[in-house]
Write a protein that binds this ligand. Structure first.
Ligand SMILES: CC(C)(COP(=O)(O)OP(=O)(O)OC[C@H]1O[C@@H](n2cnc3c(N)ncnc32)[C@H](O)[C@@H]1OP(=O)(O)O)[C@@H](O)C(=O)NCCC(=O)NCCS
Length: 183
């Protein structure tokens, strides 16, 4: 976007974990983004380490980044091939070769300024649809998370179905985007 804010991604490192801990304890984040099998908010530092440590090691499954706005770290984004999480792929009942994205903007002054939707579009282009074989990407907010749903619509995602995710004991509002935005 010419003249707009510059969004970049940096690979998650151990040094980012205290920042993740702070962000995940901010009420507007904790309400919708959690850790552990039950996806609970307000994690302790030990819980943040347990959740994110495995994403720090070099492994083709790991695509975890901090989101930077004009150089300032403002949030977290990750993407993964569904087939690398077979239980989840089965619960979604979608193609294991499709990918999925999770995101939160940690800094209160940055939310609702278009950064989340643009970061998702950028990540989809850079990390997902840059792989020639990938044709579909999913993002699955809580059905009550209207702000996230709107942000994902702006990034080209469209509603598919609502599914019960037994492992998280919660419904997800499944949205998808093809390579050609509205595909
Ligand atoms: C969800 C999130 C990543 C979106 O990023 P963002 O930068 O805030 O989103 P954007 O500014 O790109 O878009 C937000 C849109 O939602 C709209 N919105 C805000 N509150 C809303 C509501 N209650 N109902 C409907 N739309 C709402 C905004 O007006 C904006 O749409 P517009 O540009 O058409 O006016 C970010 O808000 C966030 O991290 N929230 C807390 C954690 C979270 O929910 N993570 C996602 C888990 S799936």
């Amino acid at each position: 976007m010419a003249g707009g804010p510059r969004i970049t991604f940096e690979r998650l490192t151990k040094a980012d974990l205290p920042l993740l801990h702070r962000w995940l304890n901010i009420p507007k984040v904790a309400l919708w983004y959690g850790v552990g099998d039950d996806n609970h908010g307000y994690p302790t530092m030990d819980e943040v380490i347990a959740e994110y440590e495995e994403k720090l090691v070099p492994d083709p499954k790991n695509h975890a980044f901090t989101v930077h706005l004009d150089g300032r770290p403002v949030g977290y984004i990750q993407c993964y091939r569904l087939g690398d999480y077979p239980d989840y792929a089965k619960e979604l009942d979608e193609d294991p070769d499709a990918w999925a994205i999770d995101i939160f903007i940690g800094e209160d002054d940055v939310r609702e300024r278009g950064v989340g939707s643009r970061a998702i579009e950028r990540l989809a282009e850079d990390q997902i649809f840059s792989r020639p074989a990938v044709t579909m990407c999913f993002i699955s907010p809580d059905p009550g998370n209207k702000r996230a749903i709107r942000a994902y619509e702006k990034a080209g995602f469209r509603y598919v179905k609502t599914v019960w995710i037994e492992s998280e004991k919660a419904y997800e509002y499944v949205m998808r985007r093809g390579r050609d935005r509205d595909g």
